[in-house]
Ligand binder design. Structure first.
Ligand code: GCU
Length: 426
């Protein structure tokens, strides 16, 4: 009787756990239990040579580090013809109750007709002749980031979410506006910025086999057998951000030479990798990106490489799974990813209740990237202690810790628009 009861009990627990969307709280959340670690020096070549000049960084160390991140973490894109074709689907002159122009632009790739294409949504000021632009991907599609009732509902595959109106993996009318609090378009437009976004699932659906229906499948063939070092989903999403930036060059009223890339959580990891791989982004913004994003992986706190590669192996190149048992064997840590953004501007943000993403690990990564920014003539974080919540520190490399849960809010966007004001002297 007893073994049977315990079997039933464990079934019940498993069922209850599977009903919850909350991440399993595996991992260390005790600051005093973080084991010691030594970070790799971003200013030391693999062969031990010290990097002492900006030229050495640009011509030797930066390419070396970029290759290491491709090989070990995110994977490299194949050589291909990435020329895009754009179609302006719509221009609405009086969007957001007359405050903005709205455009919808479809991006396809003539070399890969199997790729479904990206539908980009742009809100831009009505008066500015050439507005700087913030570019980012969404979790729920264009109809979810905006409350406007005349935006078509995305027909792409979505992760299940009852509260976001996704039924059997497809969005319904109930999902309209469900992500709008994360996208304060009217406020950004009032500050003089355009905002361009698209659904990440247009580029690649976010599940282990999603690559077959995304750009990776269209390019590699759906029977491809993945090898170490080849591109993972984050690389594919980052690639999509670059194609969106290509397309913005042709959007009237948008100044694509002043572009910021922004993302939250898994899409914050993506924004960082896009910012690293595409130097046209003058401002790179990581919001609560955590493990595989701005947080140090050598530091054992919150989510770890072992946990993330078990839950989301498709985000990374195959090689990354190897570092689950010992992250310190990975030859790079995430402060070096942040360093690869130098000398461009960087914002890193965390939230007090988001221990899963390791706020302190994100702050320490930004701090440890400082020597590279300084070598390239830019200030680093300019503080050494983690700031109190709700205060942005730094001028070129910026950091803030918002009070509250894992999310991106208007207050976060306000900090990012201030950074952009400083960068583009507005
Ligand atoms: C999970 C995952 C994180 C990720 C987050 C998100 O919690 O473990 O790494 O950042 O999802 O994207 O919302």
């Amino acid at each position: 009787m007893i073994p049977r009861f315990s079997f039933l009990f464990s079934l019940l627990c498993g069922w209850l756990a599977s009903m919850s969307d909350a991440p399993a709280r595996e991992g260390n959340f005790d600051e005093s239990a973080v084991p010691p670690y030594t970070l790799p020096d971003p200013l030391k070549m693999e062969d031990g040579t010290a990097v002492t000049t900006a030229q050495q960084w640009t011509t030797q160390r930066r390419p070396e580090l970029l290759r290491l991140f491709e090989e070990h973490v995110y994977g490299a894109l194949p050589q291909a013809d990435w020329t895009i074709q754009t179609e302006l689907l719509e221009t609405k002159e009086d969007a957001l109750d007359g405050q903005a122009i709205r455009r919808r632009v479809r991006i396809t790739l003539p070399a890969f007709p199997a790729f479904r294409g990206i539908e980009m949504l742009v809100y831009q000021p009505r008066t500015a002749p050439a507005a700087p632009v913030f570019l980012g991907l969404s979790f729920g599609g264009n109809h979810a980031v905006s409350t406007e009732p005349d935006l078509p509902i995305s027909t792409a595959w979505m992760r299940p979410s009852k509260e976001k109106g996704v039924v059997e993996n497809y969005a319904t009318e109930a999902s309209r506006g469900t992500e709008s609090s994360r996208w304060p378009f009217a406020e950004m437009v009032a500050r003089g910025y355009a905002v361009a976004t698209a659904y990440c699932g247009d580029i690649e659906p976010d599940h282990a086999d999603g690559w077959k229906d995304g750009i990776r499948g269209a390019v590699m063939g759906s029977d491809h057998v993945w090898q170490e070092g080849e591109w993972g989903c984050i690389s594919a999403w980052a690639w999509g951000l670059s194609r969106m930036l290509d397309a913005l060059n042709d959007v009237p009223g948008v100044d694509a030479s002043r572009a910021a890339v922004v993302g939250h959580s898994r899409l914050g990891k993506t924004a960082l990798w896009a910012g690293v791989t595409d130097e046209r982004f003058g401002l790179v913004i990581s919001n609560d990106s955590g493990e595989g994003g701005a947080a140090l992986k050598y530091r054992d706190f919150g989510e770890t490489p072992a946990i993330i590669t078990r839950a989301f192996p498709h985000w990374f190149t195959k090689t990354y799974t190897r570092y689950g048992p010992n992250p310190q064997q990975c030859p790079v840590d995430q402060h070096e990813l942040l360093a690869l953004i130098a000398p461009r501007m960087l914002c890193v943000a965390s939230a007090t209740e988001d221990e899963w993403a390791d706020p302190r690990g994100e702050f320490l990564a930004a701090l440890a990237a400082e020597p590279v920014f300084v070598l390239l003539g830019k200030p680093g974080l300019e503080v050494t202690e983690m700031p109190a919540p709700d205060r942005s520190v730094g001028s070129w490399v910026r950091y803030h810790l918002r009070t509250g849960p894992h999310n991106i809010t208007s207050w976060d966007w306000e900090q990012y628009s201030r950074a952009a004001d400083a960068l583009w002297k507005r």
